[in-house]
Design a binder for this molecule. Sequence first.
Ligand code: MG
Length: 151
Amino acid sequence: MRIGTGWDLHRLEENRSLYIGGVKIPHNKGALAHSDGDVLLHALIDALLGATANGDIGTLFPPNDVQWKDAASLDLLQIALTKIEDYRVENVDCTVIIDAPKLAPFIKKIRSTLATALGVALERISVKAKTSEGTLENVVIAQVVVLLARR
Ligand code: MG
């Protein structure tokens, strides 16, 4: 068994789309980033790479590489998964911190999107949402813990 942890933060700005866990969330702001800025998928990729001591997302997808400009993070996740092919995902536990919009209506869709992307059952994917109680306006944060088992 291998355990990994990932963490990411993006600033929210107008005229950007908001993607969380591969789901486009209707909002007037989105994450400022070189890629689509999917904070949850970035933290998940770091957790998977961390569990297998395969470096980090910035090493695998350098932010100054034009190849990854506006990249879909679900595509980045599939590339990252090729680095951990000796392992299968036991479970994933995610926390997203964002003040607005409320994520509750999207949690099931995010869980099913992650489950499909990872090729595991929905029951193995947990996604929780919290607010910062107004202390972190215009910021979205994600924390992910993943447990892997050798195939
Ligand atoms: Mg990121």
